[in-house]
Design a protein around this ligand. Structure first.
Ligand code: FAD
Ligand code: SF4
Length: 488
């Protein structure tokens, strides 16, 4: 398994980026490829630790030491089979996953962990380049029909698994193109959209039907779909954005991050009718919210040619090191710096936006903040207090609200009589992913709330197993971490 002395011989290496001055001129991905020998050396760093905690760190249960070993030995096709056995879309996770597996890597206890995500991306790309990823339609059809509502990573994973089980799957999507947040949230510089198209072409060839531009609940009632199909999988995401209801929030220039990002992704895709233009060009931009969405707004603003970009986060600045109360192998809350952060943003922590200010025409001209402090007392939730006399005015013509999502839209749930939990996520347990309505299942952000691509794929796969069991009485589809080796 790997090279016994590999971790002593080779340092961690991942793909480097092209210089900032170059990459902000375009929307293409900007990583520099590694040589095959370098990738093999990285695979060799996997140290045969005995109990691979990375498996449990990965929500898919990816068979990480096995594909690392195959890469070390130059057996790329085998590596691709191992990877696809547990992950329908490693080309997405290999680019975009925050890699909780690496935080759980045994080598990571006192060394830099194995560069698992980067290896994963290179296995996936090698497999596509060599033509190993091809359509694999089922040999038999069951005659059962399944509707999947929402074409993000959860919906796509559920659809592929259910199609593999022989069911006829139709995916309903209200947007013009398939992909969910992969398509209209995440910018092209993190994921070029032909990467989605190439995968969707395979899914179509396998027999999955896509009905785009169809808003379930509006264009067609959810009850009609329920009557037409033998089972339903809801994978509509957590789309209700968190607002910032403070003075001046209606000013022109206070914009929800998703409006900004979606419009830009459509612009990059060549769409002409975009509605009212939202651009950062020549503006002082403040991105409020320090997560992935905020980071994507930062990179996009630089590509628009913003004068300056600042980023506010209400939470305190995390440490670079793993906090002592979040020990290995758990996912630690530590300071993460994305490629967009490295493009020149100024980041501010423990800062709260109190009000927006504007001119007589209703245009945003600035905002007022206060510094805040989080008081932690044992057994109590942390309390936010404002530090007196810390008010500050900032010049700003575009404020992007990247404050996360509060839950799911309830139209479909209301039409079907489905129950939501207190956070307005659709209620279904991990035991079977079924809602209170028999035959209606839910997966991804719509069940667990705003989360990650890797979790969406994982939930789509798990839900598919339970849908198949519901339809057929039992299922041969793999559950988490169980391989299904012959299929790429
Ligand atoms: C800007 C941004 C950047 C992100 N970056 C990362 C990242 O780098 N790494 C990472 O792991 N995660 C990232 N995430 C989170 C990740 O994208 C989500 O967790 C993931 O996409 C959830 O997948 P999903 O399939 O559950 O839902 P979604 O991807 O949200 O897909 C839901 C789909 O359902 C459709 N839909 C909803 N309602 C209906 C309806 N009534 N009828 C028809 N269609 C409907 C929607 O149009 C959408 O296409 C990011 C999120 C955002 C917003
Ligand atoms: S999907 Fe994410 S967590 Fe799983 S192995 Fe890949 S990078 Fe690691």
């Amino acid at each position: 398994m790997g090279k016994i002395t590999g971790f002593l011989e080779f340092d961690r290496k991942v793909e480097e980026y092209t210089p900032v001055t170059e990459r902000v001129k375009h929307y293409k991905e900007f990583t520099l490829p590694m040589k095959e020998q370098e990738l093999k050396d990285q695979g060799a760093r996997c140290m045969d630790c005995g109990i691979p905690f990375c498996h449990s760190g990965c929500p898919l249960g990816n068979l990480i030491p096995d594909f690392n070993d195959a890469v070390y030995r130059g057996k790329w096709e085998k590596a691709a089979e191992i990877l696809h056995a547990t992950n329908n879309f490693p080309e997405f996770t290999g680019r975009l996953c925050p890699a909780p597996c690496e935080e759980a890597c045994v080598l990571g206890i006192n060394e830099n962990p194995v560069s698992i995500e980067n290896i994963e991306k290179n296995i996936a790309e090698t497999a596509f380049n060599k033509g190993w990823v091809t359509a694999n339609p089922p040999t038999k059809r069951t005659g059962k029909t399944v509707a999947v509502i929402g074409s993000g990573p959860a919906g796509l994973a559920a659809a592929q698994q259910l199609n593999r089980a022989g069911h006829l799957v139709t995916v309903f999507e209200r947007d013009e193109k398939v992909g969910g947040l992969l398509r209209y949230g995440i910018p092209d510089f993190k994921l070029e959209k032909h990467i989605i198209d190439r995968r969707v072409a395979i899914l179509r060839e396998e027999g999955i039907v896509f009905r785009t531009g169809t808003h379930v609940g509006k264009d067609i009632l959810a009850t009609e779909i329920k009557d037409e199909f033998d089972a339903l999988v809801l994978t509509g995401g957590a789309t209700v954005r968190r607002e910032l209801p403070i003075e001046g929030a209606n000013l022109k220039g206070v914009v929800q991050a998703m409006d900004f990002l979606k419009q830009n992704n459509k612009r990059v895709d060549g769409v002409k009718e975009l509605g009212k233009e939202i651009k950062a060009t020549g503006k002082d931009v403040i991105v409020i919210g320090g997560g992935d969405t905020g980071s994507d707004c930062i990179g996009t603003s630089f590509r628009h040619g913003a004068t300056s970009v600042s980023n506010f986060e209400i939470l305190g600045k995390p440490t670079l090191e793993r906090p002592s109360d979040q020990p290995w192998p758990f996912w630690p809350m530590r300071l993460r710096t994305s490629s967009s952060h490295k493009e020149g943003v100024e980041r501010f922590f423990s800062i709260s936006t109190k009000r927006f200010i504007g001119d007589s025409d209703g245009n945003l001209t600035g905002l007022i903040t206060s510094e805040v402090e989080w008081i932690k007392e044992p057994g109590k939730r942390p309390q936010l207090i404002e530090i007196p006399d810390t008010e500050k005015e900032w010049k700003c013509e575009l404020a992007l609200l990247a404050l996360g999502f509060t839950g799911t839209e309830m139209t479909i749930a209301d039409q079907l009589g489905i129950k939501a939990d207190m956070r307005t996520n659709i209620k279904a347990s991990e035991a079977d992913y079924m809602t209170n309505i028999p035959g209606v299942f839910v997966a991804g952000d719509q069940r667990r709330g705003q989360s990650l691509i890797v979790w969406a794929i994982s939930e789509g796969r798990q839900a598919a197993y339970h849908v198949d069991t519901f339809l057929m009485g039992s299922s041969n589809l793999p559950l988490k971490g169980e391989g299904d080796l012959p299929r790429i």
